[in-house]
Design a protein. Structure first.
Length: 278
């Protein structure tokens, strides 16, 4: 600490050569050197810090688009047991909204993920085993048709409900993990998110993207399902089933899947960035 005159005194300094460095935040550091003889009181000449050379301290915040892109990269690493993709959930309650390009990017990554091809093959195999969509027949040809139809169902639903409609209606297709509160509040939150979603404006709203997406995907599927399986009533029933499936998936996301996801990202409460110049 300086004395009342603003001067500094260093006692007990070993005689010999010395170098003194003077620095202060935002100013260019200065140095002074000399030689101290035994029993000598050495006075260092006044040192002036160069204000003109002061380094500006600037903290620049990332843009919302850049923040969202970084979060997407985190989401694309989320895999249940390190294998099954879990891209459409964010563990950041204040996640930045996605722009249309990012929504299509996420849908594309989910659609072409290798695990998706494997799961589609398993679904087609079960369908063939129980002779679902019997109009497709059996054998390699029947399996190929079931595989193509199953993959088309997944891809169409993902793109319409996860990219096209969310871009048009400005809604976020992801599930926002809650993780806090009472068990009852988290159950209600998970179930409600089957029919509501967060808009790009940060407000909760009816999840038209998901519901209309399921309805549209069901209607389109009538173009390639066997004629005996084409039914508008079934389309509406499948839409209701999709809503129920989303509710069940949300419950799993809230209470189980995060525990099974390797190295899930963690986020700290958002703080505002500032720019200052001393």
């Amino acid at each position: 600490m300086s004395d009342s005159d603003g001067q500094f005194c260093f006692a007990g300094v070993t005689p010999g050569s010395f170098q003194l460095t003077i620095s202060s935040p935002g100013f260019a550091a200065q140095t002074a050197s000399g030689r101290l003889h035994p029993g000598e009181d050495y006075t260092v000449p006044p040192v002036l810090l160069d204000v003109a050379a002061a380094a500006a301290e600037v903290k620049v915040a990332m843009t919302p688009v850049e923040i969202a892109e970084a979060e997407i990269k985190d989401e694309e690493k989320q895999r249940i047991l390190g294998v099954i993709p879990n891209f459409y959930v964010t563990y950041n309650s204040a996640a930045a909204p996605l722009n249309p390009k990012q929504k299509f990017e996420l849908a594309w990554k989910a659609t072409i993920d290798p695990i998706n091809f494997g799961m589609t093959g398993a679904i087609a195999g079960v369908q063939q085993a129980v002779d679902a969509f019997s109009g497709y027949g059996q054998g390699a040809q029947g399996y190929a048709k079931r595989y193509a139809a199953s993959y088309a169902d997944s891809a169409i639903s993902t793109f319409i409900g996860g990219a096209i409609l969310p871009s048009v209606l400005k809604q976020d297709p992801r599930y926002f993990y809650k993780g806090t509160g009472t068990r009852r509040s988290r159950i209600i939150y998970a179930l409600a998110n089957a029919v509501i979603c967060k808009g790009d404006n940060g407000h909760w709203q009816v999840n038209y993207s998901s519901m209309l997406g399921s309805l549209a995907a069901g209607g389109i599927s009538n173009l390639y399902y066997p004629e005996s399986d084409r039914d508008s009533t079934v389309t509406f029933e499948n839409t209701l089933i999709a809503i129920g499936s989303n509710a069940a998936n949300n419950l799993l996301q809230e209470f189980l899947i995060r525990k099974l996801t390797r190295n899930p990202p963690t986020y700290t409460p958002a703080t505002s960035a500032s720019a200052s110049r001393p």
